[in-house]
Design a protein around this ligand. Structure first.
Ligand code: C2E
Ligand code: CA
Ligand code: CA
Length: 952
């Protein structure tokens, strides 16, 4: 609908606009034509008047020429007649007769016949002979003629003297006064036609000339006839003097000349055109002015009529054009706007989103066809555009989602980046910093904004103070570097190249881990307590030394050192003192050791030293002795001076050694031998030492099996009360009958069991067996069991003892545990508590080997023992040395005062027994009274004892 209205109004407007434009254009054209024709008419009138003047002038000119021609014809006629007259013999005779009257008489009629006014005859000398008029003054005439061209002309005519073809002359001349008077001509100032001819005699000779003349008449009949015939006025003027006229008034005066050479005729409503004539005269033809006006009016009228006609034609043509335009417009509008309306409707449909409308007129070859085809294209493109818009919308939604995800990822990335423990920075392929995190700034103390301007790698290195990081190490090459900063912090840098040519660096402050690593490395290769090398480093050094020896033959020596009775010091003075001793020993060894050597602590109180022979000018034995000397110098430990001793084993590199460890082993064997020999000495390795050690190993192996197979038996050695002489208890003593080797002493296998940890199993077995055996004994006889200090290390001895008492049902007061003072001195408070608990259970404690330790007395002070067993060494020396006797006496006294049972062991002689009894000892034990007896023999032994008592 909209399209139709639009199109209709468009059509109306198109037609209206075109028609009105055409009408206006035509009106303007007509107006212009009218304007132009008015102007043209005016111009035309001007032109016409000019043209009319020219026309009239031309006509008058023609008339003037006609008049002049008539005059000429008349003159020629006169000339012919004059020639005829001149040739008449009678005239010639008369003239040259000299008879003037006769001549005149004769000439008159001839002149009249020839229409001449007069004639003069001249002789050959040009002297006037006679004239037609008698009264003529011939002499004056001669003089007057000489001043005119007539004389010259006549002379020339006469000079030719051709009778057969005579020639003359004709000319018009103005009469001058002299000539007029001489010729007696009436007309003064007149114009005359003069003719001249030669005159021949009978013989044909020139005898003179004849000149005739005809003066212009006031009213020439010829002119008058012409005037009446043509209706013109004709007049001939000399200057302003009227010489002749016809049809006009006699008094004529010419006014000024117009462009068309027309003269006004003063005093008359006429105009005249003049043509000059010879001599010096004008022939004018005049016509009335009215004629000119009539001509002009006629021509202007024709112009106006043609203008009007043009206007009429124009108007009609304009109307026809308008109609034609209207019709063409209507046709065109039908041809164009109707399809346009349809196209408009379709475009409206398309605009409403209906792209399936079929478009007509697409086959048309004109612009409407173009529009229709364009609409089809539009339809397609709109449809595509809509599809595209949908696609774009979908894409946009996806993109928005992606952007949001990307944003989230970015935020997470930022959070991750800035919360990572490592510093991170990323460089682009051109080597400029692209990304960095907060930790990176923190590590190097760089302000964020210093890195914002994408500095180069070199600038970043400078800012970070990584001066020793050369540019050769920069760039996208995978590597890990560790750099030390000015403040000694260590930074580990990992460079990871990226596909685009850039790289990522992670920077981590690894100071702590590097320090820890260094510490770990140190700890791994050094002894924490003394700072000396440990076993691992020693093994390395041994391997290196052996390689040197094997390669260059550089002999070397290994010394193994063990402190004698370090355990005792440890136990008595405490672990801190023991540790301090080890540190001081380390320092002394370091002082003694030559620079190339290596000192290692192998564990406990064991040390090993590697020395090169070349570094020992005095030999290794001298150094070993010096070590012993230095060890024996007192050490200040826990506020007191302590002297220690040591055992040293030496092994010198030899061809038999398979490796460095072999040498160490040999040194250790030598040390063991030194120890076995009682310590405090240096032993150099000998092959037999190895044999002994092998035996020890064998023993260990066999002992393990013996314990497992319960091959260990217990023998019991009784203890006697010196007051009653009765058996108070039995001490359980381990006995091992080896199937091959026979009896093996506990003095031999107990240390092996202690050294190898087998003592725990053996101790448990012995305790259990002793308790069960004791249950078979009569009365309240106690059983004493030796407990090795090693057995206290586990920390659960009390529970273990309690358990055995419960399972064997042996009353606790029947069990006595024999321990050495080292147990008391070495144990901490927890162990003491453990002993006290056992005591509270009712178990009794004996201090074994009293007097051999360092602080036997102080042990008594620390723990309440039930019994003191004086070491047998004192009993052995009792009768030999006063000191031993004094000690026996003091111990007996001590027991009495402390109310502790005192037992003396190793009593072998009656004298010893007597002295002990005298000293006041409570109990005795020894071979004198009874050797240890098998368990099975105990009851019989007791029975025999009762019998003895009874006998006594
Ligand atoms: P000890 O505890 O001092 O035991 C006494 C040692 O002296 C025993 O030697 C005993 O046979 C011996 N003896 C007793 N009277 C005399 C004498 O008049 N003269 C001489 N010369 N010796 C005498 P044995 O049985 O060889 O034991 C040696 C050491 O072995 C014991 O010394 C004890 O410390 C240890 N031992 C023995 N059996 C065990 C055991 O079952 N457990 C633990 N932990 N140690 C044990
Ligand atoms: Ca004992
Ligand atoms: Ca003992």
């Amino acid at each position: 609908m909209t399209g139709t209205v639009f199109s209709r109004s468009l059509r109306a407007r198109l037609v209206g606009a075109t028609l009105s434009t055409a009408a206006i254009a035509l009106a303007a054209l007509v107006f212009l034509v009218v304007l132009r024709s008015g102007q043209t008419l005016r111009d035309q009138a001007q032109e016409v008047s000019t043209w009319s003047e020219a026309q009239l002038s031309d006509r008058l000119f023609s008339d003037a020429k006609l008049a002049a021609a008539r005059l000429q014809m008349q003159r020629e006629d006169v000339e012919r007649r004059f020639a005829t007259m001149a040739e008449r013999w009678d005239v010639a005779k008369a003239v040259f007769s000299g008879n003037t009257v006769a001549a005149s008489e004769l000439m008159r009629p001839a002149l009249t016949l020839a229409d001449l006014d007069g004639a003069i005859a001249f002789d050959i000398n040009l002297r006037a002979l006679t004239a037609d008029r008698v009264e003529a003054d011939l002499l004056a005439a001669n003089a007057a003629l000489e001043t005119t061209p007539i004389a010259a002309a006549l002379r020339a005519v006469m000079a030719r003297n051709d009778r057969e073809h005579p020639t003359g002359f004709a000319m018009s001349v103005r009469w001058n006064d002299g000539l007029s008077k001489a010729l007696a001509a009436e007309e003064s100032g007149a114009v005359a036609d003069v003719f001249g001819r030669p005159v021949f005699d009978d013989f044909g000779e020139v005898i003179g000339g004849l000149v005739g003349y005809r003066v212009l008449r006031r009213h020439e009949p010829l002119m008058t006839a012409f005037a009446s015939l043509s209706g013109r006025d004709v007049f001939i003027l000399a200057g302003q003097n009227l010489l002749s006229s016809a049809g006009a008034d006699s008094a004529v005066q010419l006014g000024s000349t117009s462009r068309a050479e027309l003269h006004t005729v003063i005093g008359a409503e006429k105009v005249a055109r003049c043509i000059p004539q010879v001599p010096d005269i004008r022939l004018c033809v005049a016509a009335p002015l009215r004629e000119l006006q009539q001509l002009t009016g006629k021509v202007v009228g024709i112009g106006e009529e043609s203008s009007r006609s043009l206007l009429r034609t124009l108007s009609v043509a304009a109307c026809l054009t308008l109609c034609l335009v209207a019709v063409v417009l209507l046709i065109l509008s039908n041809r164009i706007t109707r399809p346009l309306v349809r196209v408009t409707q379709i475009v409206s449909e398309v605009a409403r989103g209906n792209w399936q409308v079929s478009v007509p007129d697409i086959d048309r070859a004109d612009e409407v066809g173009d529009i229709a085809r364009a609409v089809v294209v539009l339809e397609h493109s709109l449809s595509e555009r809509d599809q595209l818009r949908d696609d774009v919308f979908r894409q946009n939604t996806i993109l928005t989602d992606r952007e949001r995800q990307l944003q989230e990822q970015n935020e997470r990335f930022d959070a991750a980046l800035n919360n990572m423990s490592q510093g991170l920075c990323m460089f682009g392929f051109h080597g400029r910093l692209k990304v960095f995190n907060a930790q990176f700034c923190r590590i190097y103390g760089i302000a964020r904004d210093e890195l914002e301007a994408e500095p180069t790698h070199a600038e970043v290195r400078r800012l970070a103070g990584l001066a020793d990081w050369s540019s050769a190490e920069g760039g996208p090459v995978r590597r890990t570097l560790t750099k030390t900063l000015a403040d000694d912090r260590c930074v580990e840098i990992t460079v990871e190249p990226m596909a685009d040519g850039g790289w990522v660096e992670t920077h981590e402050d690894v100071t702590a881990s590097v320090t820890a690593q260094a510490r770990i490395t140190h700890l791994a290769t050094h002894d924490a307590l003394t700072g000396l090398s440990n076993r691992i480093l020693l093994a390395d050094r041994l391997a290196a030394a052996f390689a040197d020896y094997a390669g260059e033959g550089r002999a070397f020596t290994v010394i193994c050192l063990d402190l004698d009775d370090f355990k005792g010091i440890n136990d008595t003075l405490g672990h801190p003192a023991g540790d301090e001793l080890l540190r001081q020993v380390g320092r002394r060894l370091t002082t003694l050791c030559p620079p190339g050597g290596t000192i290692a602590r192998l564990g406990g109180d064991e040390f090993a030293i590697i020395l090169f022979e070349a570094d020992l000018p005095k030999g290794v034995l001298a150094l070993a002795e010096e070590i012993l000397v230095q060890l024996r110098r007192p050490f200040l430990l826990a506020g007191q001076f302590v002297s220690v001793d040591g055992s040293l084993g030496i092994a010198v590199s030899s061809a038999e050694d398979a490796d460095g460890d072999d040498l160490l082993r040999r040194a250790d064997v030598a040390l063991y031998a030194a120890k076995a020999d009682g310590g405090r000495r240096v032993r150099v390795f000998e092959p037999e030492m190895e044999e002994r050690q092998n035996q020890r190993r064998w023993l260990e192996r066999e002992l393990r099996l013996a314990i497992r197979d319960e091959q260990i038996e217990l023998h019991y050695q009784p203890l006697f009360d010196l007051t009653t002489n009765a058996v108070t208890s039995f001490e359980a003593l381990a006995r091992w009958h080896h199937p091959e080797r026979g009896m093996i002493s506990p003095g031999e296998f107990i240390p092996v069991a202690e050294a190898t940890g087998l003592i725990d199993a053996l101790g448990a077995y012995v305790l259990k067996l002793a308790c069960s055996d004791a249950l078979t004994w009569p009365g309240n006889l106690r059983v004493a069991v030796n407990i090795s200090p090693i057995q206290f290390r586990e920390g659960n001895l009390d529970q273990f003892v309690e358990e055995i008492l419960r399972t064997t049902r042996l009353p606790s007061h029947r069990l006595e545990l024999e321990i050495t003072e080292s147990v008391i001195l070495s144990q901490d408070q927890a162990s003491l508590d453990m002993l006290s608990r056992l005591r509270r259970l009712g178990v009794r404690f004996s201090m074994d080997d009293f007097g051999t330790g360092y602080s036997s007395l102080s042990s008594l002070n620390t723990f309440r023992f039930d019994k003191i067993k004086l070491d047998q060494s004192f009993v052995r020396n009792l009768l030999e040395t006063d000191e031993a006797a004094a000690i026996v006496h003091v111990v007996a006294e001590l027991g009495r005062i402390l109310k502790i049972t005192t037992t003396a062991e190793g009593v072998e002689t009656p004298e010893q027994l007597a002295r002990l009894r005298a000293s006041g000892f409570s109990e005795v034990q020894g071979y004198l009274l009874s050797k240890p007896i098998p368990a099975a023999a105990v009851v019989a032994f007791l029975n025999a004892q009762e019998t003895l008592h009874a006998a006594a």
